[in-house]
Structure formats: structure tokens, C-alpha cells
Design a protein around this ligand. Structure first.
Ligand code: SF4
Length: 124
């Protein structure tokens, strides 16, 4: 059972990784959708920000060796704060509100997702 769960898990570590704040609001949802699209299109592997928040040391040390893109929805910067507290340096960063979207007022639709995705896809 445990092996089955491991082999079916879509979390990944590779040279290029993406983490999303995956917050409950519209913009957090968009970070999550965009991170999954980056993964599905094999632009970056997606992994779990919660792993860093939980202090899982082995994963954190693995992640620190990678090119990480952190996607946050709004200026509360939850993902950024989690990475900074865990000692991450020089990671790539995208905050959805910096693209002009407003928290609580942004439709989670194809147009918005495409715009955020297109911005995230070319960050290296
Ligand atoms: S950064 Fe903003 S949208 Fe993302 S989890 Fe934090 S409060 Fe929610």
C-alpha cells in the first residue's frame, strides 16, 4: 500500500521545481492550477510547500539544490515567508497580484490562468 502511494504520487524533484501557496482564495487557487499545468507540461516538477512548512529536513535540503519557482497569490507572501524562514536563497518568485489581479475579485478562468501560466513558464 505504501509503495503504491509512493509510486502514484505526482510530487517531484528535478532541476527545475515549482511550489505554490495554493491558498483558499481565487489567487491561491490560480497558483495551484498554474503549478500543476507547469508540471503537466513538463516545464517544472511540482512539489509541496507544506513539506517545507512542516520542516521535513531531508526534502528541504534536496529542494535547496534546485532551481525553484515560488508562486504566491498575494502580498501576504506565505510561500516566500516559508522559504525564507527555511533558509532558501536565490529562488525565482512570482506574485499573482503583481500582474494586476485583485484578491477576491479575480475569476478563476482560462484567460487568467493562461496569462499567469505564460508569465511563469518563461521564468528561469
Ligand atoms: S500568499 Fe495570499 S493567496 Fe497565497 S496562501 Fe498566502 S494569503 Fe493566501
Amino acid at each position: 500500500m505504501e509503495n503504491q502511494e509512493k509510486s502514484s504520487c505526482l510530487c517531484g524533484v528535478s532541476e527545475y521545481m515549482v511550489l505554490a501557496c495554493s491558498g483558499a482564495c481565487d489567487l491561491g487557487q490560480i497558483t495551484d492550477i498554474v503549478a500543476r499545468k507547469l508540471r503537466d507540461n513538463e516545464v517544472r516538477k511540482m512539489n509541496c510547500l507544506a513539506v517545507v512548512g512542516a520542516g521535513i529536513e531531508k526534502s528541504i535540503e534536496d529542494f535547496k539544490k534546485k532551481n525553484i519557482l515560488m508562486l504566491d497569490g498575494c502580498p501576504i507572501d506565505c510561500g516566500k515567508q516559508i522559504l525564507d524562514k527555511a533558509g532558501f536563497k536565490d529562488y525565482k518568485y512570482l506574485r499573482v497580484t503583481d500582474l494586476g489581479y485583485k484578491k477576491g475579485q479575480t475569476p478563476v478562468n482560462e484567460e487568467v490562468i493562461k496569462n499567469v501560466y505564460d508569465t511563469a513558464e518563461i521564468i528561469y
